[in-house]
Write a protein that binds this ligand. Structure first.
Ligand code: RIB
Ligand code: CA
Length: 317
């Protein structure tokens, strides 16, 4: 595709709901730098760190990458129906490995994330795409508060869930689902089209040696900051799971730019709310044994090489 073609693409307006978090941070960078995306706003939830930290990280990241004009609204400070259990992959600040990112001068919008989503949807002439890369606290609460606005959401692309790869994990859950399973059930029951970008595909976009060599070639300040994020993030993944850093959230965001990066399959997804060791588990009825209609598109395969090529190009250009 020529540059002219690329520039003639009308960017897709999106909202990004996230809990930065190293991989959320890279998704924010991609959303801001991609000509195919018009980032209308960012809403923040708890998850990888306490809410005040995920909000502060979001403001710092956006200001650092030159996106200080993108509005940020703070959201839920805990899951809808259970105490907050923090993620463990991003360190105490939620963005360890980048101490030099200046404190933000930017401040949050004077409204809750849920009300900011409603305001943004009302301003659109077309249904809006939403990308969510954290626990679904904000979107679950939105469904409960603004049912009349659900038709103004075109779809949700969510990093979350795990289906086939349970055998490789001690617990059968993925963190974003585990952190707020009630919010996930509310969103799944809402009828809003959702694409689930689960560990089945995100654990195939790992930053290992070959990828590090490519990131090291990006000799810009942004490239160096992203590399520092990846080095910290990889260390935790290496220690806890023996693999490189998985770029969970960047893959979810990348599907707005190029949906052909993955193959998806419709399925009815249930989420366990009551299991002592399995609450938050996402169960796909692929063979329709329960006779329930599909309520999600589930990502099954990913073209990892093309994903990384897209990510490198967004950081280089
Ligand atoms: O399980 C991966 C998800 O949990 C990612 O969104 C990561 O940022 C953490 O929030
Ligand atoms: Ca996240």
């Amino acid at each position: 595709m020529t540059t002219t073609d690329l520039n003639s693409i009308r960017p897709t307006p999106i909202l990004l709901d996230c809990d930065p978090g190293h991989d959320d941070a890279i998704a924010l960078v991609m959303a801001h730098r991609s000509k195919a995306i018009d980032l209308l706003g960012v809403t923040v939830t708890c998850g990888n760190a306490e809410p005040e930290k995920t909000v502060s990280n979001t403001l710092r990241i956006l200001e650092f990458i030159g996106a200080q004009d993108v509005p940020v609204a703070a959201g839920c400070v805990r899951p809808l129906a259970r105490p907050l259990v923090l993620g463990t992959a991003d360190g105490p600040s939620g963005l360890e490995g980048s101490p030099y990112l200046p404190q933000a001068t930017k401040t949050v919008e004077p409204m809750h994330a849920v009300d900011f989503i409603a305001k943004t949807l009302r301003e659109q002439t077309e249904p809006l795409r939403i990308v969510a890369t954290g626990p679904l606290c904000n979107l679950g609460l939105f469904v409960l508060k603004y049912p009349e606005l659900l038709s103004k959401i075109k779809d949700i692309t969510w990093m979350g869930g795990v289906f086939w790869r349970k055998s490789e994990y001690i617990t059968p859950t993925e963190f974003n689902a585990f952190c707020d399973p009630e919010a996930l059930k509310i969103v799944l029951d809402s009828g809003v089209p959702i694409t689930m970008v689960g560990l089945d595909v995100t654990m195939k976009v790992l930053v290992e040696e070959p990828q590090y060599r490519e990131f090291e070639k990006i000799d810009t300040e942004l490239g160096r900051v992203v590399l520092d994020w990846l080095k910290f993030y990889e260390k935790l993944h290496r220690n806890s799971m023996g693999v490189g850093g998985a770029l969970h959230d960047p893959l979810a965001l990348a599907l707005i730019i190029d949906p052909t990066l993955v193959k998806t399959r419709p399925a009815h997804i249930g989420v366990d709310l009551t299991g002592t060791y399995t609450f938050g588990a996402t169960v796909a009825d692929y063979w329709n044994e329960r006779g329930l209609p599909p309520n999600a598109q589930v990502c099954e395969e990913v073209d990892s090489d093309r994903f990384f090529d897209l990510l490198y190009s967004l950081l280089r250009d």
